[in-house]
Write a protein that binds this ligand. Sequence first.
Ligand SMILES: NC(=O)c1ccc[n+]([C@@H]2O[C@H](COP(=O)([O-])OP(=O)(O)OC[C@H]3O[C@@H](n4cnc5c(N)ncnc54)[C@H](O)[C@@H]3O)[C@@H](O)[C@H]2O)c1
Length: 365
Amino acid sequence: MATSRLKVVLDQERSYDIRVGCKLLENLGTHLRELSSAKKAVIITDSNVGSLYLETTKKALVEAEFEVYDLTIPAGEESKNIEVATELWDALAMLNIGRDGLLLALGGGVVGDITGFIAATYMRGIDFVQLPTSLLAMVDSSVGGKTAINISAGKNLVGSFYQPIYVAADLDTLVTLPDAEWDNGFAEIAKSAIIDGGEFYEWVLNNVSSLVAHDDDALKQVIVRALTFKARVVIADEKESGLRECLNYGHTFAHALEQVSGYSISHGKAVAEGMRFAARLAVEVIGSSNDFVKAQDDLFDAIGLSPVAESFSSDELFECMFGDKKVRGGNLRFVFACGPGEWKVEIVDPDLAKIYIILWEQARM
Ligand SMILES: NC(=O)c1ccc[n+]([C@@H]2O[C@H](COP(=O)([O-])OP(=O)(O)OC[C@H]3O[C@@H](n4cnc5c(N)ncnc54)[C@H](O)[C@@H]3O)[C@@H](O)[C@H]2O)c1
């Protein structure tokens, strides 16, 4: 399978390549050497991914004459915190990593986000590379430069925008991705296709069965399409002051649902449910059509993102929604899609949102 290449050009001084294909980890070294003159390279990975792909990645870097170190964090969202960040900063200092060092994030979005945060802050910023191994990280988190850790007040509340120097999505790693993790990637793919509309949306509709069968070629094509879309959005609005907000489609309700469920609902299922919720609210708020609500439901059902069946307290959901960081200046902002490729942000009357949350709760009683 041929490797696909994309380029994110942020401005005259900042651009980076993305590659999507097979055997990219084992062939990493040569290309990295062209990009970086670093002597020391530190791979940050997690306990699951490290046991599968660390050796291959190390070998490739050693062959390219990097002095290679590795740091492994426990797998899971719980690692995206200040204690783990401190351990990583200290470990880099112990290894005498200077400003000319290179970090590599080998793993899913958790490893990508915390490694990006460490790269952004250690010595006021050192180069880093994203080596995403989950579908979600391949289609979303590895590109765009959002780095973060969680604090007790909420997820991703501390971080910065800091871009990688290179992203390599090695499709071979998806073979070991646990079944439960695919929803998260598929929800982001469905979201991107709906927001982008046009050819991307049509392609997903026509290829859903190949995607759920994890067909290699279909996966590669959809990752490239999703990244092309994401890169376009990020180039236009690097720091989320406008267009990039479209990427939050479904997230206002999803974040509340994740919190209220104590994170027992996967992020992918929550985002899909958030898009279902937003589409219904959009019929009332912006007069979009019920046909689109149905088309979107059909797409989510086909891609395996079934509706959330459990009920949660509408009071708690509402409270969480108001605590979300996307509520700016006390306003409840929703990204609405009224059809493929058609979206807008609207401030929603809290009383109206509350009514829809109550309806959502009642439908599950
Ligand atoms: N920066 C951004 O723009 C952005 C966007 C979306 C999400 N995120 C963040 O991404 C995180 C979620 O990312 P995620 O869904 O990849 O979670 P994750 O990094 O926790 O990975 C999910 C699980 O799959 C395992 N795994 C990953 N790749 C594997 C592979 N190839 N084989 C076997 N196991 C593998 C991991 O060890 C982990 O247990 C969240 O913290 C979220 O906030 C960031």
